[in-house]
Design a binder for this molecule. Structure first.
Ligand code: NAI
Ligand code: 15L
Length: 269
């Protein structure tokens, strides 16, 4: 358990939020959950405040009384611009501004590989490289990373922005052999982000102990993160059943995978 009195977890009904809850981890003495829809089966240390992140008053009420936030909520893939704007960009601003008004000490932000998706797979990058988003979703992640930096520089709110790779029960394709983050490692990483003595503003990558990597993740090691899982365990089976792909296909060439091959969302839907 972390030492925070109350931790707000947004996106708590989503894939990662649900896995975090199912693992029994306690991200604070008490935990306030929130999502668009109510969260089921509350534990004794949990309370639930459903909300739309685009609604500042609701977000402010949810943040009040919390000393830490794990911000997982929002659109988690490419979608209509209006939704990206409302849920991710306005939603991110609402979280940071409410945090400032209510004296929150630290925020862990679920950023994404898609903030840097247009780096070539042959490149090894760390958290200091310029962003190269591969989608408006990715742009929204870079916006909130910048909010995190701004609110740290001006107001002293600490943040770790986790550029999560592919956090699923198990890796299912060749790219996942590089980008996979197990739920168990995700939980450990979030806990380290909350409990490390001082983080200031940091960017780290969310990946398990995969032998192939796009990312130099020393920042996560500094936080104390020691991944226990590896996509390598799935390697032989995935290589045997999936084709290599054309190296000139943007989905194969760039770190963001299929997001780089996709057209503009609004043109295609
Ligand atoms: P998810 O889509 O399962 O969960 C996101 C949750 O946010 C959903 O339950 C959704 O209802 C909620 N949400 C969406 N719009 C909202 C709004 N306007 N107000 C309140 N809640 C809203 O996604 P998942 O996989 O759990 O990811 C969590 C976070 O991690 C997301 O921010 C995602 O972008 C990020 N991430 C996840 C990765 C993964 O592989 N699972 C990879 C990279 C980043
Ligand atoms: C993400 O940012 C998404 O939230 C997740 O659903 C996956 O698409 C992941 O990136 C990925 O690219 O593997």
């Amino acid at each position: 358990m972390t030492d925070y009195q109350k931790t707000l977890v947004t996106g708590a009904a989503g894939r990662i939020g649900t896995a975090l809850r199912a693992s029994g981890t306690r991200l604070g003495r008490s935990v306030r959950l929130s999502d668009l829809t109510p969260c089921a089966d509350l534990a004794q240390h949990e309370e639930d405040m459903p909300l739309d992140l685009a609604d500042f008053d609701r977000v402010s009420a949810a943040v009040e009384g919390c000393d830490a936030i794990v911000h997982l909520g929002g659109l988690s893939l490419e979608g209509p611009w209006r939704t990206v704007l409302d849920s991710n960009i306005t939603g991110g601003y609402n979280i940071y501004e409410a945090a400032r008004r209510h004296g929150v000490k630290r925020i862990v932000y679920a950023s994404s590989v898609h903030a840097i998706g247009y780096y070539e797979r042959t490149e090894t990058i760390d958290g200091t490289v310029p962003t190269r988003p591969d989608s408006l979703y990715g742009v929204s992640k870079t916006f909130v990373e910048n909010l995190a930096r701004y609110y740290h520089d001006k107001f002293g709110i600490e943040s770790v922005c986790l550029r999560i790779g592919s956090c699923f029960p198990e890796p299912t394709d060749r790219r996942h052999l590089i980008t996979w983050l197990s739920f168990r490692d995700c939980r450990q990483l979030i806990e380290k982000c909350l409990t490390a003595p001082r983080v200031g503003f940091m960017v780290a990558y969310g990946m398990s102990n995969n032998s192939e990597a796009f990312w130099d993740n020393r920042t996560a090691a500094v936080l104390g993160y020691r991944p226990q899982d590896s996509a390598d365990a799935y390697r032989a089976e995935i290589l045997a059943r999936t084709p290599q792909g054309d190296p000139n296909d943007p989905a194969v060439r760039y770190q963001g995978g299929s997001f780089c091959a996709a057209g503009h969302f609004e043109d295609e839907h």
